[in-house]
Design a protein around this ligand. Structure first.
Ligand code: 5GP
Length: 207
C-alpha cells in the first residue's frame, strides 16, 4: 500500500469545467489505499450522480445541524448551496498514513490550510478561458443562467488559485495532468518537514 507518513491531505480546486473531478477520481483509483472525500451538499442531485458516491445530498436544516456539531473540517457556500467535507476523512488519512483527495473550492482550500497546515493545495487550470466555456456548454447539465454564473465564478476561482495555491496544473491533456499530479505526490512524500514530523527520517545511528 502507498504510504504517506502522517497522511497526505490533497486539495484539488479548479473552476468548474477544468476537469478536476476526472483527475481526482483517476488519482484515487490509481493510488493504493487512497480515498476520495465525499462531501455533503444541499444542492440537488444532477445527471448521473449517485448518493454517497458523488455527494451526500441533504436539506439545509440537516446540513447546518451537522456543521454545528463539528462534523465538517470545512464547509462553504458555493453558487448558493452549502458544501462540507467530513472531518472523519482527515482522521482516517492521519491514522492510516494514506492519501485523501478533497475536490473542493478555494474557500475550502483556504480553510483546510488554516486547520491542517500540511495539506497540499493544487489548482487545476483549463488551457484557456475559451476552452473552459466550451467544456461547460458541452456538459448539458446546466442551463444558460447557471453557465453564466459558473463562468463568472470561474474567474474569481482562478484569481484565488493563482494567489495562494501551492501548485498549478494546466489540464491540457488528462494523462499529462495526471502525471504532474502524481509527481507532486512523490515530491510531497519526500518533504523533510513531513518525514520529520512523522518521525520517519532515517536514523544516522548517532542518536
Ligand atoms: P458542483 O456543484 O459543481 O459539484 O460543485 C461546485 C463547487 O463546490 C466545486 O468547485 C466543488 O469543488 C466545490 N465543493 C464540493 N464539495 C465541497 C466541499 O465539501 N467544500 C467546499 N468548500 N467546496 C466543495
Amino acid at each position: 500500500m502507498a504510504t504517506f507518513p502522517g497522511g497526505l491531505l490533497l486539495v484539488l480546486s479548479a473552476p468548474s469545467g477544468a476537469g478536476k473531478t476526472t483527475l481526482a477520481r483517476a488519482l484515487v483509483a490509481q493510488t493504493e489505499g487512497a480515498r476520495f472525500s465525499v462531501s455533503t451538499t444541499t444542492r440537488a442531485l444532477r445527471g448521473r450522480e449517485k448518493e454517497g458516491e458523488d455527494y451526500f445530498f441533504t436539506e439545509e436544516g440537516a446540513f447546518m445541524e451537522k456543521a454545528g456539531a463539528g462534523f465538517f473540517i470545512e464547509w462553504a457556500k458555493v453558487h448558493g448551496n452549502c458544501y462540507g467535507s467530513p472531518r472523519s476523512e482527515v482522521t482516517h488519512a492521519r491514522a492510516q498514513s494514506s492519501l485523501v483527495v478533497f475536490d473542493i473550492d478555494t474557500q475550502g482550500g483556504r480553510r483546510l490550510r488554516e486547520k491542517e497546515a500540511d495539506c497540499v493545495l493544487v489548482f487545476v487550470m483549463p488551457p484557456s478561458f475559451e476552452e473552459l466555456e466550451r467544456r461547460l456548454r458541452s456538459r448539458h447539465t446546466d442551463d444558460a443562467r447557471s453557465i453564466a454564473r459558473r463562468l463568472e465564478a470561474a474567474r474569481a476561482e482562478i484569481g484565488q488559485g493563482l494567489e495562494f495555491y501551492d501548485y498549478i496544473i494546466v489540464n491540457d491533456e488528462v494523462s499529462k495532468a495526471l502525471e504532474r499530479l502524481k509527481s507532486i505526490l512523490i515530491a510531497e512524500g519526500c518533504r523533510r518537514s513531513r518525514l520529520a514530523q512523522a518521525e520517519k527520517l532515517p536514523s544516522m545511528g548517532n542518536d
